[in-house]
Structures are given as C-alpha cells and as structure tokens.
Design a protein around this ligand. Sequence first.
Ligand code: ATP
Ligand code: MG
Length: 263
Amino acid sequence: MTARIIAVANQKGGVGKTTTVVNLAASLVEQGRRVLIVDLDPQGNATMGSGIDKNALQKSVYHVLMGEHTVEEVRQPAKEGGYDVLPANRDLSAAEIELVQELAREARLKNALELVSADYDYVLIDSPPSLNLLTLNGLVAAQGVLIPMVCEYYALEGLTDLVNTLRKVRAAVNPRIEIMGLLRTMFDARSNLSQQVSEQLARHFGGKVFDTVVPRNIRLAEAPSHGLPGIVYDRAARGSQAYLTLAAELIARLEPQTASTEH
Ligand code: ATP
Ligand code: MG
C-alpha cells in the first residue's frame, strides 16, 4: 500500500492549516496509521508545533526540494504524537526563487516522496498562505486537498481562487487531484454568519464539506508553544476531540473497506 498524500491548503492566512495538519497527524496515529508531515511553509510552524527546533535544523525540506538530500535523510520524529516530520525553516523561502531555474520544478516534492511512499499510510502537507511554487509542489504531489476555512463573510470568495488554481493544476500537471474535503475551523455555532456560510458551502460543495467542525478552542492555540499537538497537550479539550472525530471521518471516507469491517 502506498501513502495517501493530502495537501492542506488555503491561500488565506490564519485559517487553521497548520493546526489541522499537526492535530490530524497525531489523531491518525492514534487510529494506528503511519503518518508523515511535510512542512512546506518557511514559517516552520508545523515543525515547531511538533517540538522540533526550526533554528537548529542541519537539513530541511529545502534540501529535499533542491535535490541535495533524500526524505529519508531529512525526516525526524515529532517530539510526541508518533508521526514523522519533514521540517522547514526560513531557508525554504530561497527555494521558491532558486527552483524557478530548475527542471521539473513543480514536481520536486512528488518525486522525492515516491521513495518513502511505502513507509506511510498518510502524508499531510502543510502549505504556506499563498499560491506560490511551494504550494504548487504540494498540490502536484497530492491526491487530494483538504481546505480548512473560517466561516466569515469573504470565505467563499477566497475559495474561488483556490478552486481555479486546482482546475489549472488538474489540467496541466496533476489530473488526479480532487478536493478531499472542506473543514470549518474556529467555528462558532451560535453565530448566524457561521450558519449562513455553512449553508452556502453545502450548496456549492455538497458532500465535500466535513460533518466534523472544529470549534474555536483556546487549548488548540496554546499547544504549539509546548511543541505538542492539541490532542496530546489536552486530549479532553473540545478542539482536540474534534480532530479525533475528523480523523475517523477522513478514514471512513478514504478507507471505506476498513471503516465498515470495524463495526
Ligand atoms: P498561516 O496561514 O499563517 O500558515 P494557518 O492557516 O496555518 O496560518 P494556524 O496557524 O493553524 O493557521 O492558526 C492560526 C492561529 O489560530 C494560531 O495562533 C492557532 O493557534 C490558532 N487556532 C487555530 N485553530 C484554532 C481553533 N480551532 N481555536 C482557537 N484557535 C485556533
Ligand atoms: Mg500555517
């Protein structure tokens, strides 16, 4: 079995991409899945949030994209949580510029991941808040994209750009990519706006919208400063429970055969 590769992307900043990657990774591990996180953001938030010091890295995903090291040479175990990380730091912003001159520049990550595909059940790619060459590397490597979003006034407009980019990626470089799901994050069930945006989402994207919603929850925001996923830092918190439920929902969607035999 080869890994299911999922890019977590939204060019809008601060919508919960990194929080989703880290917590979903740890939640999938709890369900017995082998998981790798690829940090494709020069901010290195998924790296730090996994308890790995981005400033002390000898080797990072930058070297993988530039063809200087293999994934095997660069990956590290998360401090806790049981998954592996292909870490990143500010070096990665140089890759964006340097890659432009390279051959097959948008397929660098895809090719590098093929060598470790048998080591994992899931690869989760954390994307930066833009639609640049780094994000594109994630979208080319992935079979599906998971889109975290906050249900606010302009949320749907923002999705249009991403959907258009996906259409271009599908036509030009990765015909298999599909939207794996839309995840409502920092959700406030009492707000009318949340309800309205949810209805619009359902109209536009139907069954692609995950049933699971992640509530706004301070424990999820505190966890990264301890280098821990929320589900390790405070498992009982509502936000942590939501990510555990999301992992089960994702598995049921992507592995219908295992989900049905577990009854
Ligand atoms: P960027 O675009 O900068 O990479 P992002 O989309 O990865 O951001 P996060 O870093 O995951 O977003 O989240 C943005 C901020 O909101 C962080 O401080 C995070 O801790 C916090 N946060 C994320 N999800 C929640 C939540 N459900 N409840 C409360 N705070 C949250
Ligand atoms: Mg992020």
